[in-house]
Design a binder for this molecule. Structure first.
Ligand code: SAM
Length: 235
């Protein structure tokens, strides 16, 4: 496994994601938090990456703890806002609750192995207060893999190119392979296992852990993720 992006070039993540509508994501999550009591204060963010959502959650007045396993991503996040950014990962979380809400936005769950799904959802449930809500998405990964595709993007420093694809593996996962050439003449490799969970598998795991579920078609128009609103019973 080689996480060239997350480990060696985390700042380039923001170049690749420069068009991402973070405010759109936040719109749905804020609506869900409002619907579930409206008085959420403590928020746990899992897989915060470079902190774009985290800083926006803090601007909403939430008391945010954001975790990610990649120190480089956290370092980039720390340059953006002064929050509690910690190195931590599902399923063996060190952070302690209780939190009123938790989020894991944009394929974070797809980084888990199949046998880590229930332990991860349990770890989140253990850190939520009664009635707490967990909002996260399932990325629509191709279970049978896909062909290598080239993406070219422009930055102020010049163009970059990225060739990427998913290769199915015997364990039902995908081997994500990407080669990126940056405008400054460098290149790096990403290779990491991803899991194409079915929505049904996630729903069943949430049910087993004790969550009640509402489904959403993405964070907004044009988003093909399934977003889960998973709520624990209240007191
Ligand atoms: C596609 S990025 C999304 C980052 C951020 N949420 C965003 O929307 O920009 C997926 C993130 O999940 C993190 N991640 C990978 N494995 C994880 C795990 N086991 N627990 C928590 N986060 C994880 C990665 O380090 C990465 O920052």
């Amino acid at each position: 496994m080689s996480d060239g992006l997350y480990d060696e070039h985390p700042a380039f993540y923001d170049v690749l994601q420069s068009e991402w509508p973070y405010d759109r994501d936040l719109g749905l999550v804020a609506t869900i938090l409002d619907r579930n009591g409206g008085d959420a204060d403590r928020l746990l963010e899992l897989g915060c990456g470079t902190g774009e959502h985290a800083c926006r959650f803090a601007d909403l007045g939430l008391n945010v703890v954001s975790v990610d396993p990649h120190e480089g991503m956290l370092d980039v996040a720390r340059t953006k806002c002064d929050l509690d950014f910690r190195r931590d990962a599902l399923p063996a979380l060190s952070v302690e609750g209780p939190f009123d809400a938790a989020v894991a936005i944009r394929g974070v769950v797809n980084h888990l192995a199949p046998d880590e799904l229930v332990p991860s959802l349990s770890a989140v449930a253990d850190r939520l207060a009664p009635g707490g809500v967990f909002v996260f998405d399932n990325a629509p990964l191709p279970p049978d893999g896909n062909d290598p595709a080239l993406a070219i993007g422009s930055t102020e420093a010049g163009d970059y190119a990225r060739i990427a694809h998913h290769v199915p593996t015997d364990d039902g996962r995908l081997d994500w392979r990407a080669l990126t050439f940056t405008p400054d003449g460098e290149f790096f490799v990403d290779r990491r296992p991803m899991t194409p969970f079915s929505d049904d598998a996630i729903a069943e795991a949430l049910f087993d852990v004790g969550f009640e579920i509402t489904y959403h078609d993405g964070y907004g128009p044009g988003d093909d993720r399934t977003v889960f609103e998973a709520v624990l019973p209240g007191t």
